[in-house]
Design a binder for this molecule. Sequence first.
Ligand code: AMP
Length: 285
Amino acid sequence: MQLIHDVARWRAYCEDQRANGERVGLVATMGALHAGHAALFDAAKVRGDHVVATLFVNPRQFNDANDLTRYPRPRDEDRALASAHGVDCLVEPSLEEMWPDYPNATATTVSVRGIGENYEGASRPGHFDGVTSVVAKLFTITGPCRAYFGEKDFQQLAMVRQMVRDLSFDVDVVGCPIVRDDDGLALSSRNVRLGPVGRQRALVLSSALRDVGSLPANASTLRSRLRATLVDAQLDVVYADVVNPVTFEPSRDDEIGEARALIAANVDGVRLIDNGTVTLEREER
Ligand code: AMP
C-alpha cells in the first residue's frame, strides 16, 4: 500500500493510475477505521477499482471543538486495516495543505441548500458545509471514477449526490449499507467513547428503527411510534423523524412506498446517529 501525505504527489499518483487505464475508487474517511469503513474498501475492490482512501480528520465539519479534540486517531491500526482490505493508496494529507487558511474561514464554501438544511444540518451548524467543501476538494484532487459512501450518514450521502449533479462532477456515487455490531449498534468511530451502560442504552436506536421498519403504516403512526420508543427509554433525542429519502422533507400521510426513519441522540455524552428504511402505507380512518 502506498502512503502519501502531500497533495501534489496524491494528484500525480491518481493521474498515473488513470493513464494506466485504472478506474480510481475513492473512499473518504476520518480514520478510526472499523468494519463499516472496511465494507466501503471491499465494495470498491469488488468492482475492480484502484482504491484510494483518504484519512483526514476535517476540522471544518466539527461544530463542537471538544468532539474534534476527542476524535480517536489510531494511526497505526488504521494503516493496518486499510492495507488488509486491499487499499492501494492511503492518503493522509496535512491540515496546512488541505485548509491553508485554517482556523480562519475559507473564502470558498460548497453549500447544498434544501437537503442540507434539516436534521444534521439544523442541529450541527456549519457541519455540512465542511463536509461538502472537503468532499469537493477530495474529488478535485483524486479525480475518482467512483466514490463510496456509507448509508450510516444517509443525509450526507444524499447531499453528495446532489452536489455531484449540481456541479457536474464526473463521479459515480455508490451508497453502501450500514454495518452493525451483532447487537444491532451501527458501527461508528465514536462508539469507543461509550461506557458499558451507555453502550447498552444506545441499542434503543437500532431497536426502535427495527420496530418501525417491520410495520408498514402511515408517516404519523411511524413517527409517533419511533418517538415514543425513544422517550420511554429516556434518551436525550436531538431529532427522530420519518422523511422522504431524496428531499429530506418530513413524510406525509398521503405518501406510500419507501421512506427513511432518522434518529440523532446523545447517549453518555456521545452524539449518535442511525437510520433505516420504513414502508409507508395508507391507513383507513
Ligand atoms: P467517517 O470516517 O465517519 O467520516 O466515515 C467515512 C465513511 O464511512 C462515510 O461514508 C460513512 O458513512 C461510512 N461509514 C461510517 N460508519 C459506517 C457504518 N457503520 N456502515 C457503513 N458505512 C459507514
